[in-house]
Design a protein around this ligand. Structure first.
Ligand code: TXA
Ligand code: MG
Length: 315
């Protein structure tokens, strides 16, 4: 993606005015605002219709800037050196002197932090004097956005500006790891756990229930395209779209392929785009084939399971 400096300058100007804009990252697009400004952070919650007790991830340019706001430890340094910038988010303890808006943390003493790799957003972070709070740029509980068009379709004129960055290269959110005590994975994502375990030289438990932090059940439905989803489907019913892991010779208009040859990384990258496409084409539900439960397949299954809870919704 070519770097357009005037776009970055425009983004900077709006952010300095405490506006909220969309930014590209290698995982998904983010809805960004000045993380030191209550006003900017309030705008993010409002635009996304996000429950106030669900905290935001804060994006930093580098470790030096992060140190102003958070305590770091050895596990963090090892993972930072190996994977950052990249698709990993860390939960750390906030410093008392931190300027992070209380709107973000909702009185908690921890902060989720990330160092995105996307070159345009890195350039932007470098020239800003504050870090960026940025949850995924989609209405709460819906599918994340992986292109500027996705963001514009979701928010229309409500969003002041979308910084163009092409299609997100990973296409699925970052892996979240809580490093405050014994490391724990809170969300599967764009970096496989085996890579993290190799660097820390220990087995890490997965505790993705704790993402329901403040009120259990509240964040159950997530990543939903706004359609019922049926998992592990061996056949399909009338009106359903069929989402398959690898291309089949029989090519029907209701068949959608996550990957050519069943590559799970490629499938993760295509997942949100296909969910959005199926919704747009007017199908009334989605049947998904069994996805191998290994590597990126685990992340895909996590997202599909949460998206499939749309069925349980009564409204
Ligand atoms: O790849 C990503 O992580 C993208 C891009 C834009 O950076 N961001 C993203 O943000 O996925 P969001 O807000 O959609 O998901 C962040 C998750 C939420 O489920 C939130 O509850 C959790 O991180 N989270 C935020 N702060 C936390 C904290 N202090 N402790 C535990 N979980 C936290
Ligand atoms: Mg999200």
């Amino acid at each position: 993606m070519k770097m357009n400096l005037s776009n970055i300058k425009k983004a900077k100007k709006l952010l300095c005015n405490r506006e909220c804009i969309a930014i590209p990252t290698e995982t998904v697009y983010g809805l960004a605002g000045n993380a030191y400004s209550d006003r900017a952070c309030e705008k993010i919650y409002k635009l996304k219709k996000r429950p106030k007790n669900n905290p935001l991830i804060v994006h930093y340019f580098n470790i030096l800037r992060l140190k102003k706001d958070c305590h770091i430890n050895n596990d963090f340094i090892k993972l930072y050196k190996k994977f950052c910038p990249g698709p990993i988010t860390f939960i750390l303890d906030l410093k008392k002197s931190s300027k992070i808006s209380k709107i973000i943390t909702n009185k908690k003493s921890t902060l989720a932090v990330r160092f995105p790799q996307h070159s345009i957003t890195r350039k932007l972070l470098k020239i800003l004097e504050f870090p960026l709070a940025a949850p995924s740029a989609n209405p709460s509980s819906r599918v994340s956005a992986v292109t500027s068009t996705d963001v514009k379709e979701d928010f229309g004129k409500k969003i002041k500006y979308v910084l163009e960055g092409g299609k997100s290269s990973i296409g699925i959110e970052s892996t979240i790891v809580d490093l405050r005590k014994k490391p724990q994975i809170l969300r599967l994502g764009g970096l496989n756990i085996s890579n993290i375990q190799k660097i820390l030289r220990k087995k890490i438990s997965i505790n993705n229930k704790s993402l329901k932090i403040s009120s259990p059940g509240q964040f159950k439905v997530h990543y939903s395209p706004g359609l019922p989803i049926r998992l592990n489907a061996k056949k399909i019913y009338k009106g359903e779209a069929y989402l398959l892991i690898r291309k089949k010779k029989v090519n029907k208009s209701n068949y959608f392929f996550l990957s050519k040859k069943g590559n799970l990384k490629e499938a993760a990258k295509n997942l949100y785009t296909l969910l959005r496409k199926i919704k747009k084409k007017g199908f009334n539900s989605i049947a998904v084939c069994k996805i191998p439960h290994r590597g990126y397949g685990k992340t895909i299954n996590d997202r599909l399971l949460r998206a499939s809870r749309y069925n349980e919704k009564t409204t």
